[in-house]
Write a protein that binds this ligand. Structure first.
Ligand SMILES: [Cu+2]
Length: 243
């Protein structure tokens, strides 16, 4: 019974922390001899074919190039692109380095480029419109303020402010072109990585210890692993996804 109460209390505190977006605080410290986590997001099933998307609106601009689904992109070696790998709620570690310039998401050919972006909370994203048609920037956050704003071609930039980390990546869409979609991972700490074309990732300069590490993919969901990091060493762990 006592354990049940503890569990319940723990769950309430966790939910409160996640919903308030303020109690979780990351502390920047010197990490003189950190370790790394490296690996690959691997697809265990047959390599899927990327389905073509039918373009029914603004064809003269949007249908110039063929659109293929970006929901699940798997390489010939079965590496999965655009998987967000992050250490969950790490309390302290390396300093957060602000980017030299705001990261961008460009609406070009009626596609969000890049399809997935990861940032630390507080970073401003410049949403661009390189097209000669009107798009609509529509975000679906849990913690941050939602944005729903038309972006005609004359409005080349909308600044998307972020304040809080998000437990799950925030979706961004365009209401004019239903096929347009992207994801933004927003973290309170700098321990995250986005897999490249080959599915590989590295998270470096981590204080030694055991961590819960989450790999998230928009179509396949998430996997969580406990991974031990040793000083000055690289721990290799793959995340194996199935449909
Ligand atoms: Cu659009």
């Amino acid at each position: 019974m006592v354990n049940k109460i503890k569990l319940l209390f723990g769950a309430i505190v966790t939910v409160y922390m996640l919903s308030s977006g303020t109690l979780y605080a990351y502390e920047e410290i010197d990490v003189p001899n950190g370790g790394s986590i490296s690996g690959t997001a691997i697809f265990l099933d047959e390599i899927p074919t990327r389905a073509p998307i039918e373009i029914l609106k603004d064809k003269d601009v949007c249908a110039v190039k063929e659109h293929l689904s970006e929901a699940l992109i798997v390489s010939a070696d079965k590496g999965i692109k655009n998987v967000i790998v992050s250490i969950m709620e790490i309390e302290k570690g390396k300093k957060i380095v602000a980017p030299d310039s705001n990261p961008t998401i460009d609406q070009k050919g009626c596609t969000f480029i890049p399809h997935v972006l990861c940032i630390t909370a507080g970073t401003t994203i410049d949403i661009l419109n390189s097209d000669s048609v009107t798009h609509n920037v529509h975000t679906y956050p849990e913690e941050n303020t939602a944005v729903n704003k038309a972006q005609p071609s004359s409005l080349k930039k909308i600044s998307l402010e972020t304040e809080f980390g998000e437990e799950d990546p925030m979706k961004i869409g365009c209401d004019y072109h239903g096929w347009m979609g992207g994801w933004i991972g927003i973290f309170e700490h700098p321990y995250f990585a986005l897999t490249g074309d080959d599915g590989s990732f590295t998270i470096s300069n981590i204080p030694p210890g055991a961590y819960e590490v989450k790999a998230w993919q928009e179509d396949l969901g998430e996997l969580v692993k406990t991974i031990s990091v040793k000083a000055g060493e690289t721990t290799t762990e793959n995340f194996e996804f199935k449909k």
